[in-house]
Design a protein around this ligand. Structure first.
Ligand code: NAD
Ligand code: TDX
Length: 341
C-alpha cells in the first residue's frame, strides 16, 4: 500500500507517520507538507534514510505537483491532514485558511479524481458542529454550525470532500475528531502553551471564565481512529472520533500547574476569544460499534505523560518557538495580558 499523507510534519501528521511506520511497516508513506510555521521536519529526524518514508515539500493546492506524486509513487490512498489549524490565528487572518483548507483541499481532491486514487480520508474536526449547551453530544447527523473562520473553512472542505463522493463517486471517508493532545503539538494550543509558559514562570492566559469545555483525545488514539477509518470505513460515511474526556479549560490548566509543581497565581484570566465555542462533546458510538474503535489512553495518564515529554524535550519546543512564533504571541496576547493585569 502506498499512502500520501498531507501535513505529515505537523502535530497529528508527524505522530501519524510514526504510528503508520510502527503499525504498517510495509507501507510506503509519501509525506507532502508545505512546512509552514506549524510544520517541522526535525520531528521526523528519526526517519531520515528510511526508504519507506518520502518527504516532499510542497503545497496541497499545487495540483500539478500532487498529480505527479500520485503517478510517480503509485499512490493508493490519501490521508489528508494538511491545514491551517489554529482558531486564534484564523481570527487574526482568515485568508490563508481559505487558501489551504478550502481551495487546497479542492485541488487535492481534483488531483486524486484525475489520477484514480482509490480512497481519500478527509481529516475533519468536531468544530464543524459549532457549540453545545451544557448537555448532549455531537453525532454525525448533528447540524453543521461552525463559528470561527477556521471551523467554517474546515466545514467547507469536509462538505466539498463529501460532494466529490456524491457527485463523482469518489471513495471518500470523513472523520471528525475532538481536541487532540500529546507530544509534538505546537505551543500555541492550550496544553503545550500552558506547559511552556509555566516552565518559564510566565502568566497562563485563560480565556473568559475558563469554563469552556473540550473533549480531549490522545493523539495516538486519533491515529488509531484514522487508520481504522481508512481501512474499514464505508465510502461516503462520516465517523466522529472521541474518547469521552470532557474537561473545563481551567481544570486542565490547574492540572498542568500541579504536575509541574508551579503556583496557581500564574493563572491570568484574559479577554475571551471572539465567538468562543462553549462546549464540545463527541458521541463516538458509530465508529465504536461499526468499526470496533476503542481509544487506549485515559486523560489523566496521557496528560501527565505529555507534560513530562515537554519537560524532557525542551530543545524541540525551544527551536520551534523561534522568531516568527514570538511575533504571533505578541500580537495575540500582549494587549490582553496588559489590559487585565
Ligand atoms: P498542525 O497545524 O500542527 O499541522 C498542519 C500541517 O499542515 C503543518 O505541518 C503544515 O506545514 C502543513 N500545511 C499547512 N498548509 C499546507 C499546505 N497548503 N500544503 C501542505 N501542507 C500544509 O495541525 P494539526 O493539529 O496536526 O491538525 C492536523 C489536521 O487535523 C488538520 O486538518 C486539523 O483540522 C485536524 N484536526 C486537528 C485537531 C487538533 O486537536 N489538533 C482535532 C481534530 C482535527
Ligand atoms: O491561550 C489560550 N487560552 C485559552 O483559554 C488558548 C490557546 C486556548 N484557550 C482555550 C480556548 C479553548 O476553549 O482553550 C481551549 C482549547 O483551545 P485550543 O487549544 O486553541 O483548541 P480549540 O480552539 O478547541 O481547537 C482545537 O481542537 C479542534 C484545534 O486547535 C483544532 O485544530 C481542532 O480542530
Amino acid at each position: 500500500m502506498n499512502v500520501l499523507v498531507t501535513g505529515g510534519c505537523g502535530f497529528i501528521g508527524s505522530n501519524l507517520v510514526k504510528y503508520l511506520r510502527r503499525e504498517r511497516p510495509d507501507w510506503k508513506i509519501v509525506n507532502l507538507d508545505k512546512l509552514t510555521y506549524a510544520g517541522n521536519l526535525e520531528t521526523l529526524a528519526d526517519l531520515e534514510g528510511d526508504p519507506r518514508h518520502v518527504f516532499v515539500r510542497g503545497d496541497i493546492a499545487n495540483r500539478e505537483l500532487v498529480e505527479h506524486l500520485i503517478v510517480q509513487h503509485g499512490i493508493d490512498a490519501v490521508m489528508h491532514l494538511a491545514a491551517e489549524s489554529h482558531v486564534d490565528r484564523s481570527i487574526l487572518g482568515p485568508e490563508v485558511f481559505i487558501h489551504t483548507n478550502v481551495l487546497g483541499t479542492q485541488q487535492l481532491l481534483e488531483a486524486c479524481r484525475a489520477r484514480g486514487v482509490k480512497r481519500f480520508l478527509m481529516v475533519s474536526t468536531d468544530e464543524v458542529y459549532g457549540s453545545l449547551g451544557p448537555t448532549g453530544a455531537f453525532t454525525e447527523t448533528s447540524p453543521l454550525q461552525p463559528s470561527s473562520p477556521y471551523s467554517a473553512s474546515k466545514t467547507s472542505s469536509d462538505l466539498v470532500a463529501l460532494a466529490y463522493h456524491h457527485t463523482f463517486k469518489m471513495d471518500v471517508v470523513v472523520t471528525r475528531c475532538s481536541n487532540n493532545y500529546g507530544r509534538y503539538q505546537f505551543p500555541e494550543k492550550l496544553i503545550p502553551l500552558m506547559v511552556v509558559n509555566a516552565l518559564h514562570d510566565k502568566p497562563l492566559p485563560v480565556y473568559g471564565d475558563g469554563a469552556n469545555v473540550r473533549d480531549w483525545l490522545h493523539v495516538d488514539d486519533h491515529c488509531q481512529g484514522l487508520l481504522v477509518a481508512l481501512e474499514k470505513g464505508r465510502a461516503g460515511e462520516v465517523y466522529n472520533i472521541g474518547g469521552g474526556s470532557e474537561r473545563r479549560n481551567i481544570e486542565i490548566v490547574k492540572g498542568i500547574l500541579g504536575l509541574l509543581k508551579k503556583p496557581e497565581s500564574l493563572i491570568q484570566y484574559v479577554a475571551d476569544r471572539p465567538g468562543h465555542d462553549r462546549r464540545y462533546a463527541i458521541d463516538p458510538t458509530k465508529i465504536r460499534t461499526e468499526l470496533g474503535y476503542q481509544p487506549k489512553h485515559t486523560f489523566e495518564q496521557g496528560l501527565a505523560e505529555t507534560v513530562t515529554w515537554y519537560v524532557e524535550n525542551r530543545a524541540w519546543w525551544e527551536r520551534v518557538t523561534s522568531g516568527a512564533y514570538r511575533q504571533y504571541f505578541d500580537t495575540q496576547y500582549k494587549a490582553r495580558l496588559q489590559g487585565r493585569g
